[in-house]
Structure formats: structure tokens, C-alpha cells
Design a protein around this ligand. Structure first.
Ligand code: ZN
Length: 138
């Protein structure tokens, strides 16, 4: 019997566009059109100036680990354990939470340089993840 896949994130009016960009290989960052503040995850209103106007920039995908956690239990289907979750300071100036791959749990550290890549599940679902910058990105 095939293993169940990753639980898909809810996608609605405010965030489906972000997943569409990810499927195209782009790590998108929402930017306020009025004050230029960056924000992630996507949401309808700027937390700085309350503007509802926004556009998008494509992140370089380069950043550093601001914080992290390593999950062993409980083990949900569709994930490989231990699961390293990192909070990344993107060089553009905002943060994103994602999985860190190609890294031993004991090797992850604060300030570690990481690079985004687009992971593709067996069912074709695409999701941005990070790997150590020392291993190169694409
Ligand atoms: Zn704003």
C-alpha cells in the first residue's frame, strides 16, 4: 500500500498565488506597494501601514538560519524524520519557515548560510525548502 503523502496547505484567495509561484520555481515575497515592507506568510494587509496594496518580488533564495528545531515525534505521513525546520532570515529582509534538507540534525546551527530549492513530492506537489549553502543550490 502506498504511503499517504504530505498534507497539503490550505490555499485560498490570500495565499494561493504564493503556491503557484512556488510551483514555477519562485520563492515569492509579498511587498507592500505603499511602504515597501516585506511580509511572509502572505496576508491581505500590511502590518506596518495597513495598506491593502501589494506586489511581489522573487527572493534570491539566500539566507541564514535565525532559529531551528528538530522534530522526531509525532511522525506525520509525507515527511522524513528527523525533520529539521528552520526559520530563515532571507537576504531581502524578511523571514520564512521551511524544511532544511541535506543536513544532519547535529550540523544545523544559528547563522548557517542556506539556499532555497524547490522540492517536488512524488505526487508532483512543489514546495520551497532549504539546504546548506555549502552544498550549493539551484
Ligand atoms: Zn505598508
Amino acid at each position: 500500500m502506498a504511503r499517504p503523502g504530505r498534507i497539503k496547505p490550505p490555499m485560498g484567495h490570500d495565499n494561493a498565488w504564493w503556491w503557484e509561484q512556488a510551483a514555477k520555481g519562485v520563492l515569492a515575497i509579498q511587498r507592500c506597494s505603499k511602504c515597501q515592507a516585506l511580509r511572509h506568510p502572505p496576508r491581505p494587509m500590511c502590518g506596518e501601514c495597513r495598506s491593502m496594496d501589494w506586489d511581489v518580488l522573487a527572493a534570491s533564495g539566500k539566507g541564514t538560519v535565525a532559529s531551528y528545531t528538530v522534530l522526531y515525534h509525532p511522525q506525520f505521513p509525507g515527511f522524513e524524520y528527523p525533520l529539521i525546520i528552520v526559520l530563515v532570515d532571507l537576504e531581502e529582509g524578511t523571514r520564512i519557515t521551511a524544511e532544511l534538507k541535506d543536513c544532519a540534525p547535529e550540523a544545523v546551527d544559528f547563522g548557517m548560510a542556506v539556499t532555497v530549492y524547490i522540492h517536488e513530492d512524488d505526487d508532483g506537489f512543489r514546495i520551497p525548502m532549504f539546504r546548506p549553502a555549502s552544498q550549493g543550490g539551484n
